[in-house]
Design a protein around this ligand. Structure first.
Ligand SMILES: Cc1cc2nc3c(=O)[nH]c(=O)nc-3n(C[C@H](O)[C@H](O)[C@H](O)COP(=O)(O)O)c2cc1C
Length: 439
């Protein structure tokens, strides 16, 4: 996140942590250079509207402890980070609940132009009640309505990005004085339940037209939405079993919708803690755990699942509910391993390092073994490497683990070039023909 902290509450107190520099452009251009040097395909930016005010019924804990607040808009980092890199992609989270599709389509087209086709849109529907009032709404829409709106939102965006301008609309014919052939630019005439957008799109086609679509829907309705739209899926479950169940289910749903199930790329979250020796890695892990702020973790989780965890006895077992907030966080502790029960205290302690993703502690070879296992045996297409300490976690990973991955042929020797979509999927810069947006 473009904030002091994302999902490792308390990590900003770790000696030397640089996350307070999130307001400094140079901090981000350094991150971009490091990620590109490591061979990452993209940097993934989560983004959240509202403040975490479920815990204890107010925002005090979240504000005091820097729980995803303060935070800035990630979109504006992209041009700066793109300027200092050649190949790195940028997955930017935006909410379909709190934006307008005509405006958002323009913003992503602009970013796609400025980065030569290196952007992705992580489509979220948001979950914090506190966001709604600031944006003129009476309250948070229920989940079904949020996803209905998201369906229509993407339909409008797809039509603006894909249908509104022909590839050869811009002719720049100075002799005739024609910049754009008007008959090659069309209205979309969208009239729907949530939006009326006549179009046409204001931007000429960008290298990818539609940015690479990321999604992480985890409820039943959310999975249906992901299966229909996602090209790349970010998921966060603490066990392999939880991730495999999720991937299999989404692939099945995508196939039922007429999509090639193997065209969806899955990026489970993982939290590496690496040291040059096992003892160093262990010591680093212990030091990180010492800096976990359990109360801040509870404030974060309370927002994720919309349940005030301050009211529960720390030794009480977590019981499954269907939440109007993030179902995946709930499932992580109630479904990901059916043989395990979690107490509130255990959940808070585990979540301190990257919330619901597995923590891998070891030497560069051991961490590389684990990542290779996720790729070869579990069936992940890549991994979403979550930072704890900034920028120490990323620096360690790039300096110690990436060279091992490269030696093993798991990272390309040289960047592959092209747009983000070409690099991730090995095909063209535009959406594949079986994607619903192209139907
Ligand atoms: C792995 C993962 C990452 C997410 N990242 C974000 C985010 O960056 N910003 C956000 O507002 N919501 C995020 N969400 C939540 C989505 O906004 C979604 O609305 C929410 O999960 C409710 O739908 P669901 O229960 O179908 O997942 C994320 C959810 C998951 C599972």
């Amino acid at each position: 996140m473009n904030s002091v902290e994302h999902v490792s509450p308390g990590s900003w107190t770790y000696p030397g942590d640089q996350s307070h520099r999130y307001t400094d452009q140079e901090y981000w251009t350094d991150v971009a250079r490091t990620a590109e040097r490591g061979g990452f395909d993209a940097v993934f930016f989560a983004d959240v509207r509202g403040v975490y005010d479920v815990f204890g019924g107010d925002r005090e804990t979240a504000i005091r402890k820097g729980v995803q607040t303060p935070s800035n808009d990630p979109s504006y980092l992209v041009p700066a980070m793109a300027e200092v890199t050649e190949d790195l992609g940028f997955a930017v989270t935006r909410s379909t609940t709190y934006s307008h599709p005509y405006q958002l389509a323009r913003e992503f087209s602009t970013l796609d132009h400025l980065t030569d086709g290196r952007v992705a849109f992580n489509v979220v529907t948001s979950y914090l009640e506190s966001a709604a009032a600031n944006l003129g709404l009476d309250g948070r829409m229920d989940k079904a309505t949020r996803y209905d709106r998201a369906d229509e939102f993407l339909e409008v965006c797809y039509r603006l990005w894909e249908d509104s301008w022909d590839e050869d609309a811009v002719v720049r014919d100075a002799e005739r004085g024609v910049y754009t052939e008007p008959e090659r630019v069309r209205a979309i005439d969208h009239e729907g339940e949530f939006f009326d957008v006549p179009g046409p799109h204001g931007c000429e086609p960008s290298p990818q037209r539609t940015p690479v679509i990321f999604q992480a829907g985890s409820s039943d309705r959310g999975r249906e939405f992901a299966a229909a739209n996602a090209e790349a899926v970010f998921c966060s479950q603490p066990t392999e079993r939880g991730v495999v169940e999720y991937m299999d289910d989404l692939r099945e749903r995508a196939a039922a919708l007429g999509r090639d199930p193997d065209s969806l790329a899955f990026f489970p979250g993982i939290v590496p803690v690496v040291g040059e020796t096992e003892a160093q890695a262990e010591a680093k892990y212990e030091a990180l755990v010492e800096h976990v702020d359990v109360e801040a973790a509870l404030a974060l989780l309370s927002g994720f699942i919309d349940m005030d965890l301050s009211e529960l006895d720390p030794d009480r077992k977590i019981e499954h509910i269907e939440t109007d907030a993030i179902q995946g966080t709930m499932n992580a502790f109630t479904k990901s391993d059916p043989d395990r029960e979690w107490t509130v205290r255990e959940v808070a302690e585990f979540s301190g390092l990257g919330t619901t993703s597995p923590v891998v502690v070891g030497t560069p070879e051991e961490v590389a073994d684990e990542l290779e296992h996720w790729y070869r045996e579990v069936g992940a297409d890549g991994l979403n490497v979550k930072e704890v300490v900034r920028t120490g976690s990323l620096d360690d990973f790039v300096d110690l683990v990436c060279p091992v991955l490269r030696e093993r042929g798991l990272l390309p020797e040289e960047p592959r070039g092209g747009t983000l979509r070409e690099r991730l999927f090995g095909a063209g810069p535009h959406l594949p023909p079986d994607h619903p947006a192209r139907q």
